[in-house]
Design a binder for this molecule. Sequence first.
Ligand code: PEP
Ligand code: MN
Length: 334
Amino acid sequence: MIIQLKQDIDNSSLQKIEGKLKESGLKSNFINTQRAKYIVAIGKNYPDMRIFKNLKGISDLHKVSDDYKLVSHKWKLNHSTIDLGDNVKIGNGNFAIMAGPCSIESEENIEQTVQHLLDNNIKIMRGGVFKPRSSPYSFRGLGIEGLKMFYKICHKNGIKIITEVMQVSQIEEMEDYVDVFQVGARNSQNFNLLDELGKSKKAVLLKRGVSGSIDELLQGAEYIFSNGNENIMLCERGIRSFESAYRNTFDINAISILKEKTHLPVIADPSHGIGIRKHVDKIAMAATVAGADGLIIEVHPQPEIAFSDGFQNLNFEEAQKLYRKIHAIKELDL
Ligand code: PEP
Ligand code: MN
């Protein structure tokens, strides 16, 4: 059960609510986010809701029996919006494209990409500086100094950045230089990382695990939310299946199902979803039609020489064609 508390609730009202929950055999989890105060009450049997009727300090309450609660659409009927500032918003009707290379490579690489984003009115640049690579011998990113350069160039140009955080110890040093923390597929169930990102002031994009279920993704998001951070987006990036004709099996169903199950924005990553440059546009369009609130796309000035994932990076011309198609789809107001 979720109880949303009034912002100005006093201590004695809070204690009375907790007392009632205890009498009913429920354990109270107090949650304080950027936007609201909640109690998530957990127990075997839910009490008759009428016992809360005359208690002060409650603004809303609802029974949600799923393992994820705060991120559930059953609890919050309106879709959430992530506001990154400077009028850059994602979700609830705000469609966002995030584009950029798999990895940040150099000052020139950032500047060329920023210019491409500006030319196409795209407000968020993606790019990894800490890279999870299958082989330890592959390029693993420019690290924190690369991030500082990335942030400086983007912010000078009014572009927000999203980049992957791989471990708890990186959060603090990265925090001032990111707008959105990306949690990669391989870390989707790193619960320590999710707990700590829940304490961050920055938004989080949580990717679905390599073999993760939709339910596991939602429960991962619940970790972040229940630690105090409501600014979460979920990302479908394809899952591992028996099929070997492409990199991952992009689960178009997940977009539609997630939109039903959660109020959080749902982002599609068609680049990792199929992993083959010439098919990325079709998957991006399909995800948009399925209801995605945005796309995260790998784009590179010269994919042939990219340090990572070049085979799935679009060049600027290909990317521009895709943006046009996406805008045309959005115009249809499906
Ligand atoms: C990425 O976005 O570059 C990335 C590594 O993605 P994923 O975690 O989905 O593999
Ligand atoms: Mn990549």
